[in-house]
Design a protein around this ligand. Sequence first.
Ligand SMILES: [Mg+2]
Length: 405
Amino acid sequence: MFYINAGAKSPGIHYTILNCILEKEHGKMKIKGLETYVATQRLETPFYFSQFGFSARQTCLVKVIAEDGSYGWGEGYGPASVIRAGIEFLAPLVIGEDPLHVEAIWSKMHLRSLDYARRGVLVAALSAIDIALWDLRGKLLGQPVSILLGGQRREKVKVYATGMYFVETEDLVGKLVEEAREYASQGFQALKMKIGLGVETDLRHAQALRQALGDDVELMVDANHAYSLAEAISFARQAAGLNISFFEEPVSPEDYEGYRELRQRSAIPIAGGECEYLLAGFRQLLSNRCVDIAQPDICAAGGLTETKRIATLASAFQTNLIPHSWGTGIAFAAGLHLVSTLDPVPGRLRMPEAMLEMDRSENPLRDKLTTPQFEVVDGRVAVPTAPGLGVDVDPDYLDEFCKDE
Ligand SMILES: [Mg+2]
């Protein structure tokens, strides 16, 4: 028997508390409640990519709290207020459960939402709760999430810097080159730039970056599905000499046939999957031979529970996984733990190195909300060793970023 008290507020913060009063069961820890937070911060320099622009960063966090006061943090990727509504829908299924039974809770949430959410933000809500449960479970067991996921294959993860977004300026090429040089000087050995403004413009930008960086820095391009198949084929053909490591989201995520044809005709490896959801979605992407690199977002594709399964499926298709990551330190920590457990394909003595996306575009939430901050040394970041995800949320910044909600 439990009672749900939705819509509770504390001064200065608008968040929802789903609380319950439980009949105590001896020896079993129960989940007592969930809190959701929508954090927002305006940007100093608005930027855009091939689809739309950003003048602020916003994210939805969830805190899952156990009876003893211990808690775990999770984060959803996508429209924050919609994800918060999704978490409120799923919360009654989670409250009262034993937080150690993460995959069982995942199944319960999945079966309750499947009729409405084979894709989309309700899966992102489920993902946020799942990540928080892994964090909580790790804290309760005194183990980092990477150990619970099966154990580390590496203590540090290679990261690539995502940036080179578009801004309103007289000299966009100059801005892109300057930014790329800055990341290289910080030790990043791989960078990803945005394309999708048009094939000729994109080629000019990519050529400028390759020339500025030399051949020692890996360069990737991301069209965010702005191209038609013909444009994507044209770009891949003309960019073949630029030593591009992968061509991300060339065409619409709905166009599996287009992906497949492009992959057959492109000398540049094809990447995609940040708009794909759940194991069944990735089965479609992989069985259609759409991509060389699968890029699930842990905060959207089904959490750590499902992304681990997606990684296993991808390995069966001899496809590497490089997760998409565009959130706060919670999302990034989840990525570090997962990637630390992966075996890249093909297996060999000197394996290809596993990699994770590290967004460097302006994001005060990422830079302030969680502690500790992650340090890039020689293009790599150490996997946290503290129990759970190994990151916590700064309560003062949480107050500040949630004050308008
Ligand atoms: Mg992308």
